[in-house]
Design a protein. Sequence first.
Length: 163
Amino acid sequence: MPKPLDPKCQLCAKLSTAQAKVLHGTAGDGCWNPKVCHNRRSFYRHRSQNNSAEIDAMGYARPEVIAVEPPATYFAVLYLYKESGDKPLHAMSAELWLGQQPICRLEPIHCFGLTAGKIRAYTDQVLQAFARQYSVSLYQYKDMFEITSSYCPVRPCPLHPQS
């Protein structure tokens, strides 16, 4: 563990060398040591610049991090609430994103009694509704996420009986 910073040395580093020698030399409190104080004062003066380079645990300087705004493109994401394997679809919802932010969401619905064809037709209608609402071209969902049906957000739900 590194030695804690000495507040007296931090204040001394802000003074000129002549002022520091007067204040801490033989005429002052006597703590001035020419073999140590020049380097220590330099360390305290340049400490913030040295720390900005940040050295990782292996001794390598960390690369500078910059932020570049990603391109703002529209894409749709489909959420399927179902158990893994060949189990029926419990519920579904969708979101439209612009860049890194969701901008529109389809409220989740239960899929009880819907055939695969009806579910496919419904998801296509959702894409068309997103496209009409925001005047964009959407041909398919960018990604589909399967979420276990125990996380179904629709209420009331047979998986989450009300008490």
